[in-house]
Design a protein around this ligand. Structure first.
Ligand code: FES
Length: 168
């Protein structure tokens, strides 16, 4: 089942977990469909089929998503409390607002910058982005900045680099 939010974010559930997809953070790094096309198939609508693989395989692939466009949580809220930090794309670490309204997080997260091979530059943490005279503040967030120069959504990556064979 697919659900959409006002921001066009989507979520997909099976009996065990819910997977969240944030299209604005997706740079089509393609780990999800290269690893598990049965579940993550961009040519199908809805593109995520949570019944097509065991839960542990889905979690493993969601954890590979480099921009955290894909995150997940257990449907049993108790299990989310003691989640292991190596479950890197669990919402407790990536999108705490999705798991508990009572979490007030004042922790500072220095910006981390990762240059994706043949792709964009991913920036995550707390940082300020200045572009075309505009200043945007990000807190515990993830963005992908275009490196190929062909995005229609500058300064952000829109996935065009995958179609043009950009290398670098
Ligand atoms: S790097 Fe992704 S569109 Fe340019």
């Amino acid at each position: 089942m697919e659900e959409r939010s006002l921001t066009n974010d989507r979520k997909y559930s099976n009996r065990d977990i819910t997977v969240y997809w944030k299209p604005s953070a997706c740079v089509h790094a393609s780990h999800c469909y290269r690893e598990l096309i049965e579940v993550f198939n961009p040519h199908r609508r809805p593109w995520v089929n949570m019944k097509a693989a065991p839960t542990d395989e889905i979690i493993e692939v969601v954890n590979m998503c480099p921009t955290e466009a894909l995150t997940w949580k257990w449907n049993d809220m108790e299990k989310n409390i003691n989640i292991d930090p190596d479950q890197t794309n669990h919402v407790k670490f990536r999108r705490p607002e999705l798991i508990d309204d009572n979490i007030t997080d004042s922790v500072e997260r220095p910006a981390m910058v990762k240059v994706l091979v043949d792709g964009s530059v991913m920036i995550k943490g707390d940082f300020t982005l200045i572009h075309a005279g505009e200043t945007l503040e990000y807190k515990d967030n993830v963005i992908s900045v275009c490196r190929c120069g062909l995005s229609n959504r500058m300064p952000f990556c829109d996935g065009h680099h995958t179609k043009t064979g950009f290398t670098g």
